[in-house]
Design a protein around this ligand. Structure first.
Ligand SMILES: [Zn+2]
Length: 171
């Protein structure tokens, strides 16, 4: 499918320069940039355990993971993390600093992960979560590697495993 320049409406051409393939408008020269979309994730600590939700939607529908979601225009990454936690877990949270940032060249999202703790609300799955629970380090649900072959699924599964390996309660 041909895409059109969002500035002048002309058809975009696929050009390769600096070793990268990009879409550029032949009429006005504007480049149609494609950038990874930021996702915010919350590692919500509660009494030595971590809040996980069971995902309703892909990637990794049916898998357990910390609550996460896309950052929307009009909010900062921390604001998105607080909002997603509220929507998926019912908890009001306060952030305790950055845990890590995950990205990979062939996946079109990047995940910004914050430590957090609950300051209100009641843990209950909602929105894009089928279930919600508290899990201690080393006691996360055992889940098989995804078999879809999609880079996103494989990478996201690796991110969850990395967090499961590294996350420890702060108190
Ligand atoms: Zn143009």
């Amino acid at each position: 499918m041909q895409r059109h320049c969002q500035h002048c409406g002309a058809v975009l051409a696929t050009l390769t320069f600096d070793g990268k393939t990009r879409e550029q408008c032949e009429r006005c020269g504007a480049v149609a940039w494609r950038n990874p979309v930021p996702v915010g994730m919350a590692l919500i600590e509660h009494e030595g355990r971590l809040v996980l939700i069971r995902r309703m939607t892909d990637p990794l529908a049916g898998y357990w993971a910390p609550p996460a979601g896309y950052v929307e225009t009009g909010e900062s990454v921390p604001e998105a993390v607080v909002r997603e936690a509220r929507e998926e877990t019912g908890l009001e949270i306060a952030l305790d600093g950055l845990f890590d940032v995950y990205s990979r060249a062939d996946v079109n999202v990047l995940i910004v992960v914050y430590r957090a703790h609950a300051v209100g609300g009641v843990l209950a799955a909602s929105d894009d979560a089928i279930d919600a629970g508290l899990y201690a380090p080393g006691a996360w649900p055992q889940e098989p590697s995804p078999t879809s072959g999609a880079a996103m699924d494989e990478w996201f599964h690796g991110v969850i495993l990395d967090i499961a390996t590294r996350w420890r309660p702060t108190c």
